[in-house]
Ligand binder design. Structure first.
Ligand code: SF4
Length: 192
């Protein structure tokens, strides 16, 4: 069976440290944030939600969803964006003509335009590492061990088991893109 790589991000374990963002910048040598950690229900990372002692903070790391039905691919007039056999969506920079149509086509607003090189950029699941049997660098560097990555068609893989056992959600399912980045939502907190 063909491989199909997916990611799961556990919001219960994400501490909003931005290690994933820094790891991605270092690994991919880009000044742009291909993964960004959003702070939920509060204006910034200095302001928890709720009243002491019942304070909470939730985070949502966002990156390319490597959609099964990716509108960015069909929007690209020069076939610079391709969905690989293993499910990873890549931008071939050498083919990109800088038209930026993909930026509007992606409903997640996840594609960045590199003004210096005049090309579109985004997360590629660290495909250069995956091809060597390694995981994306954000997974390796995640301080809270909140990110899982693997082949959903490998039933022995932890990611396949998590998707069976746990309730997960994807972003903007109504857009019909069929994302391959899943989130484990925060569990209800205990009251002290
Ligand atoms: Fe394309 Fe956006 Fe889906 Fe990534 S998240 S595959 S850039 S449509």
């Amino acid at each position: 069976m063909k491989k199909k790589f997916v990611m799961i991000i556990d919001q219960n374990r994400c501490i909003g440290c931005d290690c994933c963002t820094i790891a991605c910048i270092k690994e991919n040598n880009t000044p742009y944030h291909w993964i960004e950690v959003e702070t939920l229900n509060t204006p910034n990372k200095d302001t928890p939600q709720g009243k002491f002692p019942e304070l909470t903070m939730d985070f949502l790391p966002k990156l390319c969803n490597h959609c099964s039905n990716p509108p960015c691919v069909s929007a690209c007039p020069v076939d610079a964006i391709q969905k690989r056999e293993d499910g990873i969506v890549v931008i071939l920079k050498e083919h990109c003509d800088g038209c930026q149509l993909c930026l509007n086509a992606c409903p997640y607003g996840i594609i960045k335009f590199n003004d210096v090189m005049s090309v579109a950029e985004k997360c590629n699941f660290c495909v250069h590492r995956v091809e060597q049997g390694l995981e994306p660098f954000c997974v390796t560097c995640c301080e809270g061990q909140a990110i899982y990555f693997g082949d959903i068609n490998d039933k022995e893989c932890k990611i396949s088991q998590l998707l069976v056992e746990l309730k997960t959600f994807v972003l903007l399912p109504e857009k019909g893109t069929d994302p391959n980045v899943y989130y484990i939502p925060p569990r209800p907190r205990k009251r002290f």
